[in-house]
Design a binder for this molecule. Sequence first.
Ligand SMILES: [Zn+2]
Length: 143
Amino acid sequence: MDYYKVLDIPSDCDAMVIKRKFQHLARIHHPDKLPTTLSQAERAESLEHFQKIEEAWRVLSDEKLRNKFDAERAQGMNQQMPISEDVDLDTMEFDEEEKTYWHECRCSGRYEVLEEELENGVTLVGCTNCTLCIRLLYSLAPS
Ligand SMILES: [Zn+2]
């Protein structure tokens, strides 16, 4: 669970912002404050959300717990998107037939990106063979 998302705050915000946001959300979602028109299911859902907010607050309001959480979070994010290198588009091979730029991965697989993907502003390209990813460096030519 990403506590920053639960509280809907940026991960680099200071303690005061966290406190204000928590108080605001806790007021809205507190079980005693729910509108009486809510159904049983809506109540249960809201209660669950309230518990997440409290859990997020418990961790993020404690400097030690927050630091630990930040470290784990950063690690988790790197694991999802392991960027092996930054590659300049100019140094990539171009396959005329496939209209594809490619770069060899260290696993001997390939990073491949279509011309049209570049036009859509794609910057992260996964290897076709392993879980690594490269970040493309390029600027779009003015058309
Ligand atoms: Zn690879």
